[in-house]
Ligand binder design. Structure first.
Ligand code: HEC
Length: 208
């Protein structure tokens, strides 16, 4: 692509194409910083519904990005000015950096051996508020000797402490409620990496 200047933006490369225009990496010549620029055909601005939809899109901007970084997003209509309401920020994490970010901000390192990962997760995710590993009862049952002891549900049935049961207990805790306890455990569905769930299962099973 030949270098092009639109308004006070110099276009550097194409990031992707969306439903209503094309998105470019550009340099804001006034601020001297990089922005994501979406170019729309001018005729769109005559259509109020389109503009409304576009403002919405600018707030929940999605681009198929090929370059990592953080870009203020500006949507402009050729050949006129930038509309301030059509602005947002697009943050693009490369995949490896995303995994790193995930580990840093939200949990134990995912490359730990499963039992160790599960132990860290047990401590970091607040399981210790309600569960112990020494046999003492808190809000929830202790994990001590998990495989060896009986797991009797509130309806009297006894379940095997299988991987599937432990996983379900973490992701959908009210599906089976242990007798003598209240169904107060929060669901961890969508809050834990699947490796972390597997780690918790391994850790709970490993407890003597
Ligand atoms: C607010 C308290 C609370 C927190 C936090 C909590 N739990 Fe629970 N958990 C309970 C209660 C109460 C039960 C028993 C009732 C039931 O089965 O839902 C339970 C049951 C379980 C069971 C089944 C126990 C058995 O004896 O069969 C597992 C496994 C479990 N929790 C794992 C976890 C893990 C792993 C975490 C952290 C990621 C966690 N829980 C966090 C309260 C909690």
């Amino acid at each position: 692509m030949t270098p092009e200047t639109v308004s006070h933006y110099r276009i550097l490369s194409k990031l992707g194409a969306g439903g209503m225009g094309e998105v470019y990496l550009a340099e804001d010549l006034n601020l001297g910083r990089r922005v994501a620029l979406k170019l729309l055909p001018a005729r769109f601005m005559q259509d109020a519904e389109r503009v409304r939809r576009f403002a919405q899109e600018a707030r929940t901007a999605w681009v198929q990005a090929t370059l990592a970084g953080e870009y203020p997003a500006r949507s402009i209509v050729r050949p006129t000015a930038v509309k301030p309401e059509l602005s947002s920020t697009i943050v693009v994490h490369p995949e490896a950096a995303f995994d790193k970010w995930y580990q840093d901000v939200s949990g134990p390192p995912l490359d730990l051996p499963p039992v160790e990962l599960g132990q860290r997760s047990y401590q970091m995710r607040g399981c210790t508020q309600c569960h112990t590993t020494d046999g003492s009862k808190l809000v929830g049952p202790s994990f001590k000797g998990f495989l060896a002891r009986e797991h009797r549900l509130s309806d009297g049935t006894v379940v095997e402490p299988s991987d599937a049961y432990i996983t379900e207990s973490i992701l959908d805790p009210t599906a089976k409620v242990i007798q003598g306890f209240e169904p107060v455990m929060p669901s961890f569905k969508g809050r834990l990496h699947e490796l972390e769930v597997a780690g918790l299962v391994a850790y709970i099973k490993s407890l003597p």
